[in-house]
Write a protein that binds this ligand. Sequence first.
Ligand code: XIL
Length: 382
Amino acid sequence: MPMSRRRFCTQSMAALSLAALSKKRALAEALGSTGLGDLYRGDFLIGTAVSNRTLETQDRGMLDLIAREFSAVTAENCMKWGQVHPEAGRWEWELPDRLVRFASGHGMYLLGHTLVWHSQTARDLFQAPSGGGRISRDDLLRKMEEHIRTLVGRYKGKVAAWDVVNEAVDEDKGWRRSPWLEILGPEFLERGFHWAHEVDPAARLLYNDYNMHNPGKARFVAEFVRDFKKRGVPIHGVGMQAHVMLDSPTIAELEASIRLFADAGVQVHITELDVDVLPGREGSATSEISTRVGYSAELNPWPDGLPAEMERRLARRYEELFRLFLKYRDRIDRVTTWGTSDDETWKNNFPVPGRTNYPLLFDRKKQPKGAYRAVAALKNSG
Ligand code: XIL
């Protein structure tokens, strides 16, 4: 068991005062070395997504910040099919290898995202190898198996958990009509879980989706999870992406889904948390990746900084979310924000391109925001 934070602080402060530092300085030192990951160590992992830019430029400042503050990392893009395996026979290992080295080097929990998804795939994934027309069922199964065996195999023992299948369920309508479903039927999910498990039996395997507060969607997911467990399909967790707004979904809606998944016998991971503070228009309250809403100035009201009142609302929102997560700390393994600082969030370009959004815990200068302090304070005061 890691030493409790209180003891850690007491001990480091004592050591510092021995070194004749002022009390104030000692406190700052002790707190400075205590990132969110440490504060929440006894509760759940605290993660972030690592962008391609950070990996390409090997951005020291960002990597140091991540190592200090977080205990888990997710590949934001570099392990997606279209990036790591852009065409049959071609693998791009450079960025994922860097991420794996970084996570191993810092003893961080690494999330592989994602093995099977309908978006950001290789261009030719669903085409017949002979060219023209759709790929056959057998050929797609072969491709899928080879992809999973190669990727999971390369990082066996290094990736702690995989988002095996991403976004296979529609809002209130059951399975999403993706090429995966059309060509293979719902069986593609369990195939994915079995192959990943065969290659790395120690890896935790998750189903991940957005809008998991939607009761119809959540019930459908909980049902197939139960069915998988009954039939011995190796699934260990459900990922709730949690791309949320300031006042929706409600805490009660999120809570109901956490309970549903926990009751279905799996752990819950909050996998892609961010809080969109910008005004919406029809379609903009979704994380459906194909949604596009045109830019207009009224949808981008704060290009030069978030007003103080909005900062406070954002902090209160993060606080209520983390209070909820703490309430279910036994059922929640990890809470991951989808990026670290506001300059790099996908929310600057989704679903409206070219906006200035403020959904994360660190600002554009990589400084902790009020939202960060609110999340930290829940532990500091406890
Ligand atoms: C997003 C990335 O953040 C963007 O950089 C990329 O352009 C598109 O995908 N759900 C998911 C993530 O599971 O993979 C998506 O990530 C966000 C929605």
